[in-house]
Design a protein around this ligand. Structure first.
Ligand code: ASP
Ligand code: MG
Length: 265
């Protein structure tokens, strides 16, 4: 269960996320929860770095901006214990999640799951900080903005989880941005290829890398809202479907400019 920043935006939302986790545990599931920083906090941390220096060392930048997730993980674990759920928070380096040395946009090389598995087997909910890892030489790294989606899919793949549920502030993937297109429709299913195209063209549902990872490791991903109890959108493998529409969605980006040059031979 991955919770994004808006799903953990304040104390009451963190408590609500804990209640959701408790519900899954009482259904007999073993839960690993990956958390983002509370909404807005990563931006604040980045501003602090920029206010100190415009020519900062990227590895120290990662030390600073990875802290937001640690706060969420600790708070969510406290919220769980308060409602009687056995849990423990884990930072990226405690597993560890080993990455390369591309500070501020590192890639995951390996996740060591032995230690966390022992704890999960004891019935403990594991709350894992998204967005971060550690290099072979013990330096902290982050995975790029939106990287906790990638952390969630990666840990789901490493633990061979039945599913990776991404809780967010929308209740699924729509045929178009519902804030702009009023009659857009929520999709019950979408294929990896389709969501990959939509997210690389501007739809900000999931970090694009997380979709590639899910596709490569066959992780069943669901995008759903943390503010209601409806099923979300399942991201699935391409199937032969006679009634399948040719176009499943339209993405947009407002950061484009068109330049036309005339009279060029
Ligand atoms: N907190 C990080 C960010 O704001 C990672 C994430 O939310 O996925 O980019
Ligand atoms: Mg996000």
């Amino acid at each position: 269960m991955k919770f994004g920043g808006t799903s953990l935006g304040d104390v009451s939302k963190i408590k609500a996320a804990a209640v959701r986790i408790k519900r899954e545990v009482s259904r007999g599931n073993s839960v690993v929860s990956v958390v983002s920083a509370m909404a807005g906090s990563t931006n604040k941390l980045i501003k602090l770095v920029n206010d100190i220096s415009k020519t900062y060392d990227k590895s120290e930048y990662d030390v600073v901006i990875s802290t937001g997730e640690q706060i969420s993980a600790g708070l969510l674990s406290i919220a769980l214990k308060t409602i009687g759920v056995n849990s423990r928070s884990w930072t990226g380096w405690q597993l560890p999640i080993i990455t390369d040395e591309f500070y501020s946009k590192a890639s995951i090389n390996e996740i060591k799951t032995e230690y966390i598995k022992e704890h999960i087997a004891k019935g403990e909910v594991a709350i894992l900080t998204g967005f971060q890892g550690i290099t072979k030489t013990n330096k902290l790294t982050t995975l790029g903005r939106g990287g906790s989606d990638t952390s969630a899919v990666a840990i789901a793949a490493a633990l061979k989880a039945d599913r990776c549920d991404i809780y967010t502030d929308v209740n699924g993937v729509y045929t178009a941005d519902p804030r702009i297109v009023k009659n857009s429709v929520k999709l019950n299913n979408i294929t990896y290829e389709e969501i990959l195209e939509l997210s690389s063209q501007g739809a900000k549902v999931l970090q694009t890398r997380s979709v590639v990872l899910a596709m490569n490791y066959d992780v069943k991903v669901q995008v759903l809202s943390s503010f209601d109890n409806n099923p979300g959108t399942m991201i699935i493998r391409e199937e032969n479907d006679m009634e399948k529409t040719k176009i499943s969605g339209i993405a947009y980006s407002s950061n484009e400019a068109k330049i036309t040059i005339f009279n060029v031979p």
